[in-house]
Design a protein. Structure first.
Lengths: 109, 113
């Protein structure tokens, strides 16, 4: 079992829809959770981080954390073609950041 | 890219040759990291540094060495490159470790023939 698992996709949604990206992690001791966006050929850039159970909103993005279920998700509202990218989930465990392999999102005009 | 540069950006080399990749930061962050990114594996930590001359191994350190002689520079060396080390290499920085966001450099695409 991988430490951080994501559905590789591709996930395709129409413009204006809500995109839902999911991530599960194996270690209950994981402390901090991050979502990065990576455009093709570019470096990962931070979208959001979340430390506590519940929802955290930033503009069109909402991160959701459920530590009991070891599950973190990212919702993108009003999806735009510019949101088309690979989304990486990252989890800090024992001071090391562990990454999922990423979910590729395509937003179709 | 948060004041992080990597050089070279692209490199093609042959099996058995030594290769050094450089990461330079202008943010004065204490922690610096080297990752490799391969399809299906995501980003995997090779080595990290927590100060000048202070380094430690990551998840996939075999075949790699690092050095940090100045706060702003972190070097990754492949002593004798192999085809399995063909990858995209990212440097990252953070102010603390364990809770802090990591910021990534632009990456180096390395091909070992």
């Amino acid at each position: 079992q991988k430490e951080v698992e994501q559905n590789s996709g591709p996930l395709s949604v129409p413009e204006g829809a809500i995109a839902s990206l999911n991530c599960t992690y194996s270690d209950r001791g994981s402390q901090s959770f991050f979502w990065y966006r990576q455009y093709s050929g570019k470096s990962p850039e931070l979208i959001m981080f979340i430390y506590s159970n519940g929802d955290k909103e930033d503009g069109r993005f909402t991160a959701q954390l459920n530590k009991a279920s070891q599950y973190v998700s990212l919702l993108i509202r009003d999806s735009q073609p510019s949101d088309s990218a690979t989304y990486l989930c990252a989890v800090i465990r024992n001071n090391d950041m562990r990454f999922g392999a990423g979910t590729r999102l395509t937003v179709k005009p | 890219d948060a004041g992080i540069t990597q050089s070279p950006r692209h490199k093609v080399t042959e099996t058995g040759t030594p290769v050094t990749l450089r990461c330079h930061q202008t943010e004065n962050h204490r922690y610096m990291y080297w990752y490799r990114q391969d399809p299906g594996h995501g980003l995997r930590l090779i080595h990290y540094s927590y100060g000048v001359k202070d380094t430690d191994k990551g998840e996939v350190s075999d075949g790699y060495s690092v050095s940090r002689s100045k706060t702003e520079d972190f070097l990754l060396t492949l002593e004798s490159a192999t085809s399995s080390q063909t990858s995209v290499y990212f440097c990252a920085i953070s102010d603390t470790r364990g809770t802090d966001t990591q910021y990534f450099g632009p990456g180096t695409r390395l091909t070992v023939l």
